[in-house]
Design a protein around this ligand. Structure first.
Ligand SMILES: [Zn+2]
Ligand SMILES: [Zn+2]
Length: 196
């Protein structure tokens, strides 16, 4: 087997990609390594790159680190974002359907304080402790099932249609059909913006 990157390799890469090293990055790198290990995926960024889809539940540093270690990106449809504000992610092996959800334990912060009392700064405590702590102290592990329709898979090609109101193109199955009309989510009333 080719030399897999070590934790330190990943942390160095995460620091470069994200702009700084922080406790969230350490947590995200550890989470991704554990997720891949549990799914028995050894080369996520290489030959196994089509096997993995990940749901992340927070838009913080952790998410950047998970994406970096696994190579899963939003633009490849391999990274899905659910804005739940939780330091959690579900790793899915689409070749087998096995899926594991990992969530950072709230207790890990207190544990970091106990492990590194000599460090006054909370962020420093966590950065150091999260490197060393056993996975079981960092994360809860839950084997789950995720129903992924075909259009959620990376590489799926489907038809594109046009919104009857605004005329903008919409990718497969993102439209809303109402009273026989095809509408985009914005015209259907789900918009996040208003015209200025
Ligand atoms: Zn950060
Ligand atoms: Zn529209």
């Amino acid at each position: 087997m080719p030399n897999s990157p070590t934790l330190d390799d990943y942390l160095a890469q995460a620091e470069r990609a994200h702009g700084h090293l922080c406790a969230g990055q350490v947590l995200g790198v550890r989470m991704a390594i554990l997720g891949l290990e549990l799914l028995d995926i050894h080369d996520a960024r290489g030959k196994d790159r089509k096997r993995l889809v990940i749901f992340v539940e927070i838009d913080r540093c952790l998410t950047d680190a998970v994406a970096m270690v696994t190579g899963c990106r939003l633009g490849k449809r391999a990274l899905k974002f659910r804005d739940w504000g939780k330091a959690a992610a579900t790793f899915i092996d689409v070749s087998t359907g096995r899926a594991v959800r990992l969530c950072a334990k709230e207790s890990s912060k207190a544990l970091a304080r106990e492990l590194c009392p000599e460090l006054a700064d909370k962020e420093q405590q966590q950065m150091l402790a999260y490197r060393e702590m056993p996975s079981a102290d960092l994360f809860t592990t839950q084997w789950v099932k995720v129903d992924l329709p075909p259009e959620e898979f990376p590489g799926y090609k489907g038809e594109r249609i046009v919104c009857a109101e605004c005329g903008e193109g919409i990718n497969f199955h993102r439209e809303i059909r109402r009273d026989g009309k095809i509408l985009c989510r914005s015209c259907a009333g789900e918009s996040y913006y208003r015209t200025a």
